[in-house]
Design a protein around this ligand. Structure first.
Ligand SMILES: [Zn+2]
Ligand SMILES: [Zn+2]
Length: 446
């Protein structure tokens, strides 16, 4: 028996069209209605696409859409398909059906079914029914792609109940509480997710593991033959904020889910949100240096983050060596094609650690700052939150030598006197010379 569903509205979810019909026609037996509309149970075609043939047949008189058109226009399939990349669709379809079946492929978990109050007000003004948009339900999305404002989460917990829950009430709570300054990163994620849904994401190669690794390396997360997931996750959380991580259900130790998202386990446990966040962090990160005259620290929230002020000290092997006020240091190499590559160096973390060593030996922060040629606020921050770069985060030898050198120079009042007293100590510190103030450099050693 054909079903005369309403014409889908722009970006409307299949779930929403069905819900409007169920409400408008006062359907009593919802389960029976869904069986008639969708078939016995959702299945996947051999090529991995959703089997919407029954639905297409039932709605043909009203919509005249092919199963593929329904899938691409009314479900989140294009988004997830982009996330798995070529060849991943088979298991993708099965996975989607397992978690959401016909309901429009709500991402399980936080923050739930979302709406934008301005979108709904505009629906009212146009005298159209309020409806649920696909772009609002994408994983990680907490702001409206059209209005930029924070979305609200509908109160009802189960999709099935929402079929009869009304969209007339402005119930619900904000999808996220947070500072206005954080919203920039949230909107970037919304935009990336919407681009993936619309099939106009310019860099699908990201879903190739080699491309992903290369991207992470360019952003400065290489650590020998592997990646420094702990630092990447700290940077990512710093950029998005803890409120965001809680709102999307990813609070806790980020390095575990980050590693999983990166290494791409079997599709059974696939979660798109971690991968989306990794993509946002690395794609944003690797494109940032290219259009800035000074590269940006991977830990910075934006290119004008006061806690990550980058200065160039000297060129090393032809590439400029940069120091961030957070204690991170790196060589920046401009690659063909405009991208830049960041390679961490040990110098910045060594100096930050020397500052911490001196602080533990009861030198004042002002003294330490002046000895090491740093600003007081930066020293305070570096002592409080030391940047840990994995290959050398437990190596303290050079930092301790530097601390001792600073003490010796202070004690004798002059770097040359210190050099005459303990030339060996200087030679251990000398590799850091380019980043040290003149007062610590013995002219006699030249
Ligand atoms: Zn809106
Ligand atoms: Zn930094």
């Amino acid at each position: 028996m054909p079903v005369y569903l309403d014409e889908p509205l722009p970006d409307e979810m299949l779930f929403s069209v069905i819900a409007r019909y169920v409400q408008g026609s006062r359907v009593g037996d919802i389960a029976g209605f869904l069986r008639n509309l969708m078939g016995v149970r959702g299945t996947v075609c051999a090529d991995g696409y959703l089997d919407l043939v029954h639905l297409a047949t039932q709605t043909e008189a009203a919509w005249g859409m092919t199963p593929r058109a329904i899938q691409d226009r009314l479900t989140h399939f294009p988004f997830y398909s982009a996330m798995v990349g070529p060849g991943g669709n088979g298991s993708l379809g099965r996975s989607l059906l397992r978690c959401a079946q016909w309901s429009g492929y709500l991402e399980a978990g936080y923050p739930g079914l979302r709406f934008c109050r301005t979108c709904w007000r505009q629906d009212d003004e146009r005298q159209e029914p309020r409806y649920w948009r696909r772009s609002h339900q994408l994983p990680g999305v907490v702001t409206c792609v059209w209005h930029g404002e924070v979305l609200h989460v509908a109160g009802a917990p189960a999709a099935r109940r929402l079929l009869v829950a009304t969209t007339r009430l402005d119930e619900g709570h904000p999808a996220i509480e947070g500072r206005a300054g954080d919203a920039v990163a949230w909107r970037d994620i919304t935009l990336l997710a919407a681009q993936l849904l619309g099939g106009n994401f310019p860099w699908t190669g990201f879903f190739d593991p080699d491309v992903r690794f290369g991207c992470a390396r360019r952003c400065g997360y290489a650590s020998g033959n592997s990646l420094d997931f702990a630092r990447m996750s700290r940077d990512m959380v710093a950029r998005l904020g803890n409120t965001y991580m809680r709102a999307v259900g990813l609070a806790g130790d980020g390095s575990a889910w980050l590693r999983r998202a990166f290494l791409r386990p079997t599709y059974g446990s696939f979660q798109s949100l971690p991968l989306l966040l990794v993509a946002h962090h690395l794609i944003g990160g690797s494109s940032r240096p290219a259009d800035a005259s000074t590269p940006i620290c991977p830990g910075a929230r934006s290119d004008h983050d006061e806690e990550h002020r980058v200065t160039q000290r000297r060129r090393e092997n032809g590439c400029p060596h940069y120091f961030c006020s957070c204690g991170f240091s790196f060589i920046f190499e401009q690659l063909a094609g405009g991208d830049g590559a960041i390679t961490p160096t040990q110098t910045g973390p060594d100096i930050a650690m020397a500052a911490a060593v001196l602080a533990s030996r009861s030198h004042s922060v002002a003294q330490i700052a002046s000895s090491l040629g740093l600003e007081v606020a930066h020293v305070e921050r570096q002592i409080g939150h030391r940047v840990e770069v994995r290959p050398w985060h437990r190596r303290t030898v050079r930092a301790r030598h530097l601390a001792s050198w600073v003490e010796l120079v202070n004690q004798l009042g002059d770097a040359n006197a210190a050099f005459l007293k303990d030339g060996r100590l200087w030679r251990r510190v000398a590799p850091l010379a380019e980043a040290l103030p003149e007062a610590l450099l013995p002219a006699l050693a030249e």
